[in-house]
Design a protein around this ligand. Structure first.
Ligand SMILES: Nc1nc2c(ncn2[C@@H]2O[C@H](COP(=O)(O)OP(=O)(O)OP(=O)(O)O)[C@@H](O)[C@H]2O)c(=O)[nH]1
Ligand SMILES: [Mg+2]
Length: 382
């Protein structure tokens, strides 16, 4: 197989082949004028090269669970450079036959509910049970601020040091849809690497819970007892999508309240039609901090998994997810073809102004724009 030798777009034309790992000299650095010490100057003028990987290298590294290669494969997937995207797609095709065996669990809940603490405790328990675990995050705030949920590695300290666990924060920047696509594909890399359980974490704001729900087998909603109104800002729609509700911080004085809340939520779930005939979501309590209720929730997930495999529900759910995902990508692609077309870019403000001034009904504007795009796109792209 051909090694990957194409340059990312940002590499200057004058530079030889290479990836992000290669140091590109700033102007004026070679002549030593910016570096007084000769030895340092020599070190700097010799670019540090990270070995280029062929698709075979990536595939072999992933299949033998080499963390450094898994990390680099995910970096490749996260790259927005066109050539990286192509390579990433080739890589994904190669690893596809090795994917699909892990249990995919989504964990969501409002900020402060204890997601990170739960994943640390739950993850450690799974590792004790002989499982290997990957944790991926979708952080809606990273799409705005460039920050990252798992920036606070502190609460997953134990896990991040464990070699049976792989933790990866979400790529920062981009749109939620873009970040989600990358998380889905990173999940496939982790599965091919043989991780048994993949946890996809997201904070319960915006649309990210829906996004995570659409890529996992089991969707776990963490909640708190007695935190004001019973729904604590969690949209009712999310409760309807949960495969289990887990009330965290059931410890100390909070234990009784947690039990009370459990009953309340259980009662409200009676009024929600289960999303599947194969599974009735339940409400449970745990203390991520005191490590109680953790093995119970795993038993629930295991039982769900077994029933889901036996009934064919897991396969069905995954197939529906994959097809939806494909359709979403088509939507995104078409939208970007439309909005980035020069004719549309040119005409859009004028037509928008006509709509705003009341001289053109929006429906007529849409028809005009789509016709314009259609004519120009198909006449010029052939
Ligand atoms: N008493 C008690 N405190 C907990 C428990 N789990 C988490 N906490 C505390 O709750 C706070 C928030 O926990 P995190 O794990 O950071 O919560 P999170 O949901 O990841 O929060 P964000 O990352 O901000 O969305 C921390 O101070 C934890 O120590 C628990 O089971 N019991
Ligand atoms: Mg957290």
């Amino acid at each position: 197989m051909e090694p990957i030798t194409r340059k990312p777009e940002w590499v200057p034309d004058s530079y030889s082949e290479g990836f992000a790992s290669q140091v590109v000299m700033a102007q004026g650095m070679h002549d030593g004028s910016l570096v007084s010490h000769k030895a340092t100057a020599q070190k700097i003028s010799k670019p540090i090269r990270r070995q280029l990987l062929s698709i075979d290298d990536y595939v072999e590294g992933i299949l033998s669970c080499k963390r450094a290669i898994i990390g680099r494969a995910i970096t490749l997937i996260e790259s927005n450079a066109h050539s990286h995207m192509e390579t990433a797609q080739t890589l994904l095709r190669h690893i596809m036959p090795h994917t699909g065996k892990a249990i995919r669990i989504g964990v969501t809940g409002v900020p402060g509910v204890g997601k990170s603490t739960f994943i640390e405790t739950f993850g450690s328990y799974l590792i004790e049970q002989g499982k290997r675990l990957a944790v991926l995050a979708i952080d809606p705030s990273s799409c705005i601020s460039g920050g990252s949920i798992l920036g606070d590695k502190t609460r997953m300290e134990k896990l991040s040091r464990n070699d049976k666990c792989f933790i990866r924060p979400s790529p920062s920047g981009g749109t939620l849809g873009g970040v989600a696509r990358k998380t889905r594909e990173s999940m496939l890399v982790c599965e091919a690497a043989g991780f048994d359980v993949i946890i996809v974490e997201t904070v319960g704001v915006g649309q990210s819970e829906f996004t995570v729900r659409s890529m996992v087998d089991f969707f776990l909603l963490l909640m708190l007892a007695g935190a004001g109104d019973e729904l604590q800002g969690i949209k009712r729609g999310i409760m309807e999508l949960a495969d289990a509700i887990l009330i965290n911080k059931a410890d100390g004085d909070n234990k009784v309240k947690a039990e009370f809340a459990r009953n309340e939520y259980e009662r409200s779930l009676h009024y929600i039609k289960p999303i599947s005939d194969h599974w009735t979501p339940g409400v449970f309590t745990c203390s991520a901090m005191e490590n109680s209720g953790i093995s119970d929730i795993w038993s629930v997930i295991e039982s769900y998994w077994q029933k889901g495999l036996d009934s064919g529900y897991i396969i069905e759910r995954r197939q529906a997810q994959t097809l939806n995902w494909m359709r979403e990508m088509i939507d995104d692609h078409l939208k970007s073809l439309f909005y980035s077309h020069p004719t549309i870019e040119n005409q859009f403000p004028k037509i928008e102004a006509l709509v705003l001034s009341g001289n053109l009904p929006p429906s007529a504007a849409v028809k005009e724009l789509i016709d314009l795009w259609h004519n120009h796109y198909f006449n010029h792209s052939e």
